[in-house]
Design a protein around this ligand. Structure first.
Ligand code: ZN
Length: 99
């Protein structure tokens, strides 16, 4: 019985963390309830791909991830971007970058 309560509390905690980080709360509830304590920790450490910094392709202007070596749109080879090339991953930019 106590174990079930721990699982439930852990699940709720994982879901709350997921909600704050913009991940899927039902998914993280499940993960956190099945793996108590480690689940919420995983939710905390889980990094969404959309949090990755973006830069604009100098060839076509499409937002790409800063660690991409090639533009997925036009095939331009990308070197590591200068500080001023890095752009904020806003929602509109993410849609264009298909993240
Ligand atoms: Zn491009």
């Amino acid at each position: 019985m106590t174990y079930l309560l721990i699982c439930l509390a852990s699940g709720v905690l994982g879901a709350l963390v997921a909600l704050r980080k913009g991940s899927s709360p039902p998914l993280w509830f499940l993960v956190s309830a099945v793996i108590p304590i480690l689940g919420p920790v995983a939710a905390l450490l889980y990094r969404r791909e959309t949090e990755v910094a973006l830069r604009r392709c100098p060839g076509c202007g499409t937002p790409t991830r800063i660690y991409d070596a090639l533009c997925m749109n036009c095939g331009t080879e990308l070197s590591y971007p200068e500080e001023l090339e890095i752009i904020e991953p806003t929602a509109a930019v993410r849609v264009r970058a298909r993240l």
